[in-house]
Write a protein that binds this ligand. Structure first.
Ligand code: 13P
Length: 256
């Protein structure tokens, strides 16, 4: 059985003092022998603080993006190797906010995924459809295009050891969550696509997280679905009690 994972995406939020209070509150509640894994993806300047506060704990840390380039004249970019120097485990790539607001195409996302891999980071590869695409009946076509872009670039095994996050764009920050059935349908489609294109055993092991208005109130419902292996949590990851409750819901789902 796949283990459950809950990852907080702080987005463009935080301060040294605020992070300190938030992380210490998480550390009080999330023990090393918990049933579900846990991580936070922080803004780049806080990676050092995350390492200082979290090393040796049950909570891993990561970044919310990375450059597709390893080094060179790319002002403002942060390489995956730089992120890895702070003992980070994860880099989110292809988040819908990067795709829609910052022009990350499928090709750029794939290049960022490869850069994260080169640096030894675990990419959290985000996919998801917009409301317009869903209403036009194109959800599966969009997911297939996003997943295939990665599979074609990486060949068999490209997703081995990586994490996928299904984040319907219409559910992000809107308070509108996908129903558990909608989430399961999309997750099963993604897993099936990976199984068909690469080895089925890689697909069977692949953690697929759901993201989009995950809260303490809906987490247990979502995590009970067979192909939902945890959550990528935005707003609720900034509130310690909410995030801990979501993590507990993931642990309870593991125990069944
Ligand atoms: P919200 O949980 O705030 O909807 O954000 C989801 C998300 O984008 C996580 O990456």
């Amino acid at each position: 059985m796949r283990s459950k994972v809950v990852v907080g995406n702080w987005k463009l939020n935080g301060s040294l003092a605020g992070n300190d209070a938030l992380v210490r509150a998480l550390l009080r509640e999330i023990p090393r022998n918990g049933a579900a894994a846990c991580a936070v993806c922080v803004p780049y300047p806080y990676l050092a603080q995350a390492r200082e506060l979290l090393q040796g704990s049950a909570i891993a840390w990561g970044a919310q993006d990375c450059s597709r380039h390893d080094s060179g004249a790319y002002t403002g970019e942060v390489s995956a190797a730089m992120i890895a120097e702070f003992a980070a485990r994860y880099a989110i790539v292809g988040h819908s906010e990067r795709r829609t607001l910052f022009g990350d195409t499928d090709a750029i996302v794939v290049a960022k995924f490869a850069a994260a891999r080169r640096a030894g980071l675990t990419p959290i590869f985000c996919v998801g459809e917009t409301l317009e695409e869903r209403e036009a009946g194109r959800t599966e076509a969009v997911l297939a295009r996003q997943v295939d872009a990665l599979l074609q670039s990486g060949g068999a095994g490209g997703l081995e050891g990586a994490v996928v996050a299904y984040e319907p764009v219409w559910a992000i920050g809107t308070g509108r969550t996908a129903s558990r059935e909608q989430a399961e349908e999309a997750h099963a489609f993604i897993r099936g696509r990976v199984a068909a294109k690469v080895q089925p055993n890689i697909a069977a092991r692949l953690p697929i997280l759901y993201g989009g208005s995950v809260k303490a109130a809906n987490a247990a419902d979502l995590f009970a679905m067979p192909d939902v292996d945890g959550g990528l949590v935005g707003g609720a990851s900034l509130v310690a009690e909410e995030f801990v409750a979501i993590w507990r819901a993931a642990g309870a789902a593991v125990k069944g």
